[in-house]
Design a protein around this ligand. Structure first.
Ligand code: DGT
Ligand code: ZN
Ligand code: CA
Ligand code: CA
Length: 619
């Protein structure tokens, strides 16, 4: 991936850091990092708008914004004085002062001044794919356009076409950027929704009187994007009012849309996301959880099935259809069991054959986070990551004690913007890895590369260099509009390539996937013994769930990796696992649920497979 693909502070739907580790921090804690990162991103936008002379400031503020997003603890913990903030990577003295100013006064004077100079709507426009500062400035100066609505109106009325420099192609690009932007603002990224959802869930669970509470809806099913956050809780009726009032006081709550006895709907204070919280009686909890987890299609099918067997299923329980007597089934497990079905994990409840399979007791045992034995794709400071290898390794050993290995996969030479390494740099990096492994007393860190597949399908490093890596993930970082099947196929045929990284190139809400003939690629992957990645970056989640399912159907081996660029991103693994689960994967489908010896055996098979076809071609 390239430098910025993990973030978009503009719409506050970023990767969170507390996704998998449980929510230890409070709401107030998290807000400083997020708010400051957002302000710095906007300041960077203002400087970007001002042109080349402010380029230096733009980069500094963008870096600071990234750092704040990746920060594990609240920035106020680091803010004892300017010098201690200065220690954080990406934060210099001047920005440290701004952080102090914000923590003390809740405002940054420089930002207040910038806001007057650059209309806010223009900043938003610059965040849309295909809009550079030059375009935005032109729109503003020549046509007085200051925001998305005005731009859309100008396009629709045909007014824009008359403007010099705005041909049909350009206008179409603007339109498709606007469309993606709109989508990303009506649905949240899973990572963002999980972070906020978990925060609110803690609030609900800690409220006096609440007996049980869980995430529901698409969030519990771990869909890649989330329309609204649903939370279900049960409590005694006498406590309901008190509970709703307590939740309403949470600092996350913005505009309240509906506030009744059993249902509370509100918008988050920041961003546009909606949250629905529902309260039910304790004996209704299982049926309600089933209902509010959905999907709608799964519910409909289940209800129809129940009906044909003389039961009635709704959000209050299961009833005898003739007598209307409520049956004593309390949990989801008991309900599925009553229906003669296996328990269906939420990730499978999409009406894609799971009900039939549960009836036959043939559901797969889905892969879990704890099955993962290592991460095969991560970046260090050697290229565009923000940490030293030793820091990464020690952190992982502590936070992910079940990992047996990690693979450092920094970028290859042609990724110049992402600090791609030359062959000599890799040699130096290998020596460093050897030294650290020696210090650790085990062969924990493996030598890898994220190798660029060039436009013609050739690879970015010569064979003699490639053969020295212990793991090679090949990815595409250019040429996003054309069909990339042939490029991938060529890469798969190279014996040094072990895995294809983020194979569709999409960035959710920002960039569509490029066309790939998936069946052809899956076939080639299987034939050559090459794996394909589920990239766990929040905006990628690529391969996506349906393609994952198709890939394993065709016998392709998958990996799940974080593509992490900073410590907080190692938690993304959990989201990658969710996508694998939604693709019906067991741990046997995922290579890095296995030991390094097994990974090595997989690599060796590739070499063997490569030799065989040659023999048959020349009988
Ligand atoms: P989203 O929010 O668009 O990402 O998707 P969901 O699945 O979270 O949908 P949402 O929030 O509208 O409703 C949550 C769950 O509640 C949904 O998955 C199934 C259930 N549900 C809501 N309305 C209906 C309905 O009219 N019929 C049925 N069968 N189920 C419903
Ligand atoms: Zn990468
Ligand atoms: Ca929902
Ligand atoms: Ca909802």
């Amino acid at each position: 991936m390239t430098v910025n693909s993990g973030y978009d502070p503009a719409h506050l739907k970023m990767p969170g850091s507390c996704v998998a580790l449980g929510m230890k921090q409070t709401l107030a804690d998290r807000n400083h990092n997020r708010e400051l990162a957002d302000i710095f991103h906007r300041m960077a936008g203002c400087y970007r708008y001002m042109g080349a002379k402010e380029r230096f400031r733009e980069i500094a503020y963008e870096n600071a914004s990234r750092t704040l997003h990746g920060l594990k603890d609240d920035v106020s913990i680091h803010a004892t004085d300017v010098t201690s903030l200065d220690q954080l990577s990406g934060i210099g003295e001047s920005i440290a002062e701004k952080i102090m100013e914000y923590l003390e006064s809740g405002k940054i004077e420089t930002y207040e001044k910038l806001k007057v100079k650059v209309p806010e709507g223009l900043l938003e426009l610059m965040d849309i794919t295909g809009f550079g500062p030059a375009t935005v400035k032109l729109l503003f100066k020549k046509s007085g356009i200051t925001n998305r609505e005005e731009l859309l109106a100008a396009i629709e009325s045909g007014r824009l076409k008359k403007l010099k420099g705005f041909g049909e192609k350009k206008i179409n690009n603007l339109l498709s950027g606007l469309k993606l932007y709109k989508e990303s603002h009506t649905r949240m990224l899973l990572s963002f929704a999980l972070e906020i959802g978990n925060e609110l869930l803690v609030v609900v669970k800690n409220t006096e009187g609440v007996i049980k509470a869980e995430l529901a809806g698409s969030l519990r099913r771990r869909k890649e994007t989330i329309g609204d956050i649903d939370i279900l809780a049960c409590a005694q009726r006498k406590d309901w009012k008190k509970i709703m009032n307590t939740v309403l006081k949470s600092p996350r709550v913005g505009r309240v849309l509906a506030s009744g006895e059993t249902k509370l709907s509100f918008l988050l204070k920041q961003g546009h996301a909606q949250v629905d919280i529902r309260l039910v009686h304790e004996d209704e909890y299982g049926a309600a959880l089933l209902y509010f987890t959905g999907s709608r299609e799964h519910n409909v099918k289940l209800r129809t099935w129940a009906k044909s067997n003389n039961w009635k299923l709704n959000e209050y329980g299961v009833f005898d259809a003739k007598t209307d007597r409520k049956l004593a089934v309390q949990t989801e497990e008991e309900i599925y069991d009553l229906f003669g079905m296996q328990y269906i994990p939420p990730e499978l409840r999409e009406e894609k054959g799971e009900i039939e399979r549960a009836r036959e007791h043939k559901l797969p045992v889905l892969v879990e986070g704890k099955d993962m034995k290592g991460d095969l794709h991560m970046h260090s400071k050697w290229s565009d990551g923000s940490e030293k290898i030793e820091t990464m390794a020690r952190y992982i050993l502590k936070q992910f004690p079940h990992y047996q290995y990690i693979v450092i996969t920094d970028h290859s030479p042609s990724q110049r913007v992402a600090g791609g390494l030359q062959p000599d740099d890799f040699k130096k990096q290998f020596r460093e890895i050897d030294l650290i492994n020696e210090k650790l007393g085990r062969d924990f860190i493996k030598k890898g590369v994220e190798l660029d597949i060039l436009a013609d399908g050739s690879l970015d490093l010569p064979d003699d260099v490639l053969s020295r890596f212990e793991w090679v993930t090949a990815s595409i970082h250019s040429g996003f509009s054309k069909d990339n099947t042939e490029r991938f196929i060529k890469a798969c045929e190279h014996p040094a390539v072990h895995c294809i990284g983020h194979p569709s190139g999409r960035l959710i809400g920002k960039r569509e996937a490029y066309p790939v003939e998936w069946n052809k690629l899956f076939k080639k992957l299987r034939e050559t013994g090459t794996a394909v990645e589920i990239n766990a970056q929040p905006e990628r989640l690529d391969l996506k769930d349906d393609l994952v399912r198709e890939a394993i159907r065709q016998g392709v081996t998958l990996t799940i990796s974080t593509d992490a660029h900073m410590l907080s991103q190692y938690d993304f693994m959990e989201m990658g696992v969710s996508i694998a689960r939604r693709g019906w994967c067991t741990k046997h489908h995922i290579l890095n649920t296995q030991s390094w010896e097994a990974v090595t055996a997989f690599k060796n098979r590739k070499t063997v497979i490569r030799r065989q076809p040659k023999k048959t071609v020349h009988p």
